[in-house]
Write a protein that binds this ligand. Structure first.
Ligand code: WT7
Length: 651
């Protein structure tokens, strides 16, 4: 554990005119936690308000008197902040660059002026279709310009968007549509990824046949690939047919700072995915401030975040943060290995990308292909690299720095969550020396602490559960439709604190090292999936009696999914059934939820009270049968021996 051994100092000559220096970070961080009202009141001036807030912060984590409110008497509109206010000086600046899945498809450059017209037209069309302030709109689109336009058009009229990742199945769409009661869905004929088409419209059709989805009145369909789809009139409307003739200006809705902006579903340790609710003022302020400071944004940057808008990273760091900052943000439809494994680096050269933000799983996958596919490209335009989604192992960090960045570009390893709205722990590239594998230091206003299982605060160099002791403006405000679940999930375990669900180490320099989830959530390629969700999908299969799912270390994905399955009496284990169960989980949840291994389990290790002992199952999945610990409390210790014998052994 080399915490202080390997330090990468801020490169000499990195700083631009507005780069935050080490001294400025120390000074402003102190102020941000000692005088949060003064600090955030000033920071709020980076946004344009119809009515500037006079109340900055109104927060109590007290379970009996719980509230999180920021800028509560302020009024603003997110789309005005992301577009209109840039028009006078930067109307011709490129807001979005679109690079298609196929490198031969012509890239698009959308100026702020053009974006304004597109957003206004769709906003008008949505209003004509009866969508208004507070209504929910589901967005199920590929990575195309219309995805950003749709989010901003909702924001313009005060509708609450709920983006569903294009890799999710009809079941998952239906769950989300019914939970939030969407009135309208925006989708496309098909998506395109790695040369393969994804039947988006057909998935929506299948979802809308499922119970609970009859709130949906209209489905808008973007013509993208031109693939054939079934249009069900009058429900289904072509996007261009309803949008093209609309006026290209649209009066924005005046929104209160605490009005909802979007819902995004994410997996937790229990039950169905939660609708994480973010509001308007605090979220936008936090997304834009973190984006500018952590990526040290400059006017001529070309910024590329490879996430999908279906995840929070796409919300905060492809759309809202960058556009609020009048940046040029690249939207990429494709995948890292199509048409070949140089694609990322070719796109960087083609569009002269200066800031590149991706996930450790992609870095590890590309690292496996060796240096040649990287080294044959220039990448001279790059000046800063970012990482997000899971802990980055030091080996991948060094490869990213040395091979991709030619040893020239600092790396910002950014720790945050769907719930946090924006980055909470990360280096500021001109202020904080980095250590491979550490997200380093908290952003302004963020107060991390480490606690033990009993909630006692641990001081100094130590390891424990990561909590945040006070609010920040980008914090989620509720679980949609279930405020009590919000409080119970995040504020009960360690009263007075927000519990992240992550374990963490702090070294002697005060640097934070996230060690991964400490709850029953698996992080597969930077995507969260709850073991409870996987287990309920498995037991839905008619032949399955019981299932227990754990994560295990995976070279590329970070964590893989390991399922133990017990069949019903009389059912026979077979290779075909194993494949069928994998297909079954994919169709219940989506391809990201595919189990990597299914082990047949004649019995599961349970306590005498019937509780599955996951600790034991995790150790078996990790191929560490010598570390099972005490098994004497099991109802039937012999089941462990048979599971150990039949375990999957890598290699
Ligand atoms: C979980 C949140 C944040 C947007 C993408 C994922 C893990 C995220 C890091 C990082 C170590 C990280 C945590 C966190 N995580 N970034 N830089 N280092 N771990 O959002 O799906 O809400 O997942 O991802 O475990 O709790 P998410």
């Amino acid at each position: 554990m080399s915490s202080s051994a390997e330090i990468h100092p801020v490169p000499a000559g990195f700083a631009g005119p507005d780069t935050i220096t080490a001294d400025a970070y120390a000074r402003d961080y102190t102020r941000s936690v000692q005088d949060p009202d003064g600090f955030w009141g000033e920071a709020a001036q980076r946004l344009d308000w119809f009515k500037a807030p006079t109340k900055i912060r109104n927060v109590s984590y007290d379970l009996e008197d719980f509230r999180i409110r920021w800028f509560e008497d302020g009024e603003l509109n997110v789309s005005v902040n992301c577009i209109d206010r840039h028009l006078a000086r930067k109307g011709d600046k490129t807001a979005l660059i679109w690079e298609g899945d196929n490198p031969d498809t012509e890239a698009k450059h959308i100026s702020y002026r053009d974006l304004h017209a597109r957003v206004c037209k769709l906003a008008n069309a949505l209003r004509n279709l009866g969508v208004g302030k507070g209504d929910r709109v589901t967005i199920y689109l590929p990575m195309i310009v219309e995805a950003a336009v749709a989010m901003l058009a909702c924001a313009r009229i005060g509708a609450v968007h709920c983006v569903v990742f294009g890799g999710f199945s009809p079941n998952s769409i239906a769950d989300r549509v019914s939970d939030c009661g969407s009135k309208l869905i925006i989708t496309a004929d098909e998506g395109l990824r790695g040369g393969k088409s994804v039947p988006l419209k057909a998935n929506v059709d299948a979802a809308l046949k499922l119970p609970g989805t009859n709130t949906v009145e209209t489905v808008l369909v973007v013509r993208h690939t031109g693939g054939a789809v079934e249009m069900q009139m009058p429900r289904d409307r072509w996007y261009d047919a309803v949008v093209d003739d609309q006026p290209d200006t649209c009066e924005p809705e005046r929104m209160n700072a605490e009005d909802p902006l979007f819902i995004l579903y994410t997996s937790g340790s229990t039950g169905k995915p939660k609708g994480v609710l973010h509001t308007t003022g605090g979220y936008l302020l936090f997304a834009s401030y973190t984006h500018q400071a952590i990526f040290d944004l400059r006017d001529d940057d070309v910024y590329w975040c490879t996430a999908d808008v279906g995840w929070v990273t796409g919300h905060s760091y492809i759309v809202y943060g960058p556009l609020a900052n009048a940046a040029t943000s690249l939207i990429f439809e494709g995948v890292p290995n199509y048409p070949d494994v140089s694609r990322f680096w070719n796109v960087i050269d083609k569009h002269q990308v200066t800031i590149f933000y991706t996930a450790p799983t992609a870095i590890r996958a590309l690292m496996r292909e060796g240096e040649a596919p990287v080294k044959k490209t220039s990448r001279k335009s790059l000046r800063l690299l970012g990482s997000v989604g899971e802990p980055i192992n030091p080996e991948a960090w060094r490869w990213y720095a040395d091979v991709v960045g030619d040893g020239r570009c600092p790396i910002v390893d950014t720790w945050w969550q769907t719930e946090t709205g924006g980055i909470l722990i990360s280096p500021l590239p001109g202020a904080i020396d980095t250590k491979p594998g550490s997200a380093t230091k908290p952003f302004f206003g963020v107060q991390p602490a480490l606690v033990d299982a009993n909630g006692a605060v641990l001081e100094g160099a130590t390891e424990g559960n990561l909590v945040i002791t006070d609010s920040w403006p980008g914090q989620m405000r509720s679980v949609y439709g279930d405020h009590q679940r919000f409080i119970d999930t995040y504020f009960k375990a360690y009263p007075g604190n927000y519990f992240t669900g992550d374990g963490c180490r702090r070294d002697e320099d005060g640097y934070y090292w996230i060690t991964g989830r400490v709850d029953d959530v698996i992080n597969v390629s930077g995507h969260r999936i709850g073991t409870a969700e996987l287990e309920s999908a498995l037991v839905l299969h008619p032949k399955v009696a019981e299932a227990a799912v754990v994560g295990f270390p995976h070279d590329i994905k970070g964590q893989g999914i390991y399922a133990y399955v017990t069949l019903k009496a009389g059912e026979a284990y077979s290779e075909d059934l194993r494949k069928e169960l994998v297909r079954h989980v994919r169709s219940e949840i989506g391809p990201t939820a595919s189990p990597d291994h299914i082990q047949w389990a004649p019995g599961l290790p349970k306590t005498r009270s019937g509780k599955i002992m996951r600790r034991i199952l995790r150790k078996i999945a990790e191929n560490a049968p010598d570390q099972l610990g005490d098994t004497s409390t099991l109802a039937d210790p012999s089941v462990v021996d048979s599971l150990v014998k039949e375990r999957y052994i890598p290699g």
